[in-house]
Design a binder for this molecule. Structure first.
Ligand code: PGA
Length: 284
């Protein structure tokens, strides 16, 4: 049974609730479709946006397996150039028709492939040209948080990324993933993640999004499980999760999406009844 405070607010009511599975370098084309089908069946909650991001070689089998399920397919990355001599890489046009989403700027790409904010900005541009909806990952290192610099670091990541991407993206989703929480079993505190989500929208507003920054979904990522998701979704500024390790487990995904559905339904109610209703913060 999902647990956790439900605290929707009017701003949040305009944003969808999203749960994105990042399978990283796990599964094979032979088994990915079956896992996707099992997750789709165990998470059948139309109020929650569900996305599965398998490895490139499993995109087609997963897409075929998920047809008609309501679960969308995303890539984990794409190349920052349109085409050319880039051995082993995958371009946006290769993904067209296969995916509707793409993770961009994941900290494992930054760490293992030397991706810079500038390059990540170019990847956002490639997504835009191909009609692929980007999930831009940002987040600080542990020593940066301990030094009280987390918000400044993420603000700089956003500034440099959008300088390179040249244009604002209306369909942008941000995933706040503190690097020290990814795959470690540690999670940020819900209140810290919520503060960061607010800071991210403020930064987006200053970078050219203006009032539309309030509509950009911000997900939390970093060791999310069915036990911890409630702490994040209790925060009205957080709109879902980017899930790594737990997204390979059907039961975990079922619990995570069930909790997300509570928030999504509460937001729908707030959205339907918001006119002239005054301050609606608090449990429904
Ligand atoms: P994790 O990964 O849930 O295994 O920490 C999250 C991510 O890297 O997106």
């Amino acid at each position: 049974m999902p647990t956790g405070r439900l605290v929707p607010c009017d701003d949040a009511a305009v944003r969808p609730v999203l749960i994105v599975a990042n399978w990283k370098m796990n599964t094979t084309p032979a088994d990915a479709g079956d896992l996707a089908v099992a997750i789709a069946a165990a998470t059948d909650e139309p109020a929650v946006g569900r996305v599965i991001c398998p490895p490139f070689v499993s995109l087609q089998p997963v897409r075929d397996a998920l047809a008609g399920s309501g679960v969308e397919v995303g890539a984990q990355d794409l190349h920052h150039e349109v085409s050319g001599a880039y051995t082993g890489d995958i371009s946006a046009s290769m993904l067209e028709g296969l995916v509707s989403w793409c993770i961009v700027g994941h900290s494992e790409r930054r760490r293992d492939h030397g991706e810079t904010d500038e390059r990540i900005g170019h990847k956002l541009a490639r997504c835009r040209e191909a009609g692929i909806r980007p999930i831009l990952c940002v987040g600080e290192q542990l020593q940066e948080r301990e030094a009280g610099r987390a918000i400044a670091v993420v603000g700089e990541q956003l500034r440099r990324t959008f300088e390179a991407s040249a244009r604002m993206d209306e369909r942008l989703v941000i995933a706040y993933e503190p690097v020290w929480a990814i795959g470690t079993g540690l999670t940020a505190r819900g209140a810290d993640a919520a503060e960061m989500a607010e800071a991210i929208r403020q930064a987006l507003g200053e970078l050219g999004y203006g009032a539309r920054a309030a509509e950009v979904p911000v997900l939390y990522g970093g060791s999310v499980t069915s036990a911890s998701i409630g702490e994040f979704l209790a925060e009205p500024t957080i709109d879902g999760a980017l899930v790594g390790g737990a997204s390979l487990k059907v039961d975990e995904m079922a619990g995570i999406v069930a909790r997300a559905a509570l928030t999504a339904r509460a937001r729908q109610v707030i959205g339907e009844t918001s006119s002239g209703a005054g301050d609606r913060r608090g449990d429904p």
